[in-house]
Design a protein around this ligand. Structure first.
Ligand code: SF4
Ligand code: SF4
Length: 286
């Protein structure tokens, strides 16, 4: 699996006393700029389908769904339910996907597996197939390597533990700042000793984002309207700027999923997600 061990997720679903059990195979790249899930779905349909069959032998699911953003070009048996979701960010986030596929609302404190919902990325399902049928260890992963300056990207297969900078030198030999992370919206600059781990979905050459940090919030409300968890982002950011962290209690900042959408849309160029992050950390401590 990604950061969370797959067997633990599976065991949680097996042990869950939920009345219904559901499997959602997540083929929905969450962040803009990721291209490897789409490629993966088309490259390994047989392996992914067999991986799903193996999971269905472990757990009697009431529904099995492959969630994707685009159906065109997919070649899967007709008995597999394929659910096309809208292409927006962050539709691949687990709770949002559950809402889209099962029409169920899960609070930010609820773990889907405890509710009988197993959500696995397509690459994890492929790894299940490889482990069970071919005895192949999951010590590699496919990810997106992008050159943001030139708006190009490639799917690369890398060994876990490889140095990020060395991979980028091989894929894009031109010099540049290297970033890594879960995706375009949640990446950071790579250090010399950063390695590929199970969380790495995205490595890129890019320039630093330039936040204008205008103090003049127009009150347009765009940040709040784009927040997938419905936070009053500008109000929280204003309280953080004013040093009134105690007043963010009750504003649900702990629900922030750090997607970065608020900073992206802010016309005043404010780095809002870092402010909400500060509020979130304050609330968690409190
Ligand atoms: S970073 Fe947090 S506050 Fe900003 S849009 Fe995403 S969830 Fe909302
Ligand atoms: S998007 Fe920016 S300018 Fe608009 S309300 Fe939010 S913080 Fe203010």
């Amino acid at each position: 699996g990604a950061a969370f061990p797959t067997y633990k997720k599976i065991m949680s679903v097996i042990e869950s006393d939920a009345k219904e059990k559901h499997l959602i195979v997540n083929g929905v790249e969450c962040d803009p700029g990721l291209i490897h899930d789409k490629w993966f779905l088309r490259k390994f349909p047989d392996e992914i389908y067999k991986g799903i069959e193996i999971l269905c032998k472990c757990i009697k699911f009431d529904s099995v769904t492959l969630a994707v953003k685009e159906i065109k070009g997919l070649n899967y048996p007709k008995d597999l339910n394929i659910h096309k979701v809208q292409d927006y960010y962050p539709v691949g986030a687990e709770r949002i996907l559950v809402k889209k596929v099962l029409n169920r609302h899960l609070s930010h404190k609820t773990v889907p597996a405890d509710e009988g919902i197993l959500i696995l990325n397509v690459q994890t399902v492929y790894a299940v197939y490889n482990a069970v049928c071919k005895n192949i260890k999951a010590d590699t992963r496919f990810l997106t390597a992008a050159n943001i300056r030139e708006k190009t990207g490639a799917v690369v297969k890398v060994k876990l533990g490889s140095k990020v900078n060395e991979i980028m030198e091989a894929v894009y030999p031109q010099a540049g700042h290297v970033f890594l992370g879960g995706g375009l919206m949640q990446c950071r600059m790579a250090d010399d000793d950063d390695i590929i781990d199970r969380n790495t979905n995205f490595i890129a050459i890019a320039d630093f984002p330039r936040y204008k940090e205008s103090p003049l919030c127009s009150g347009c409300g765009l940040c709040a309207s784009r927040c997938p968890v419905g936070l009053k982002v500008n109000k929280i950011a204003g309280l953080v700027d004013a040093g009134k962290l105690e007043k963010v209690q009750g504003m649900r900042a702990e629900k922030c999923m750090n997607c970065g959408s608020c900073s992206f849309v802010c016309l005043a160029g404010r780095n809002l997600s870092s402010r909400v992050k500060a509020a979130r950390e304050y609330c968690k401590k409190g």
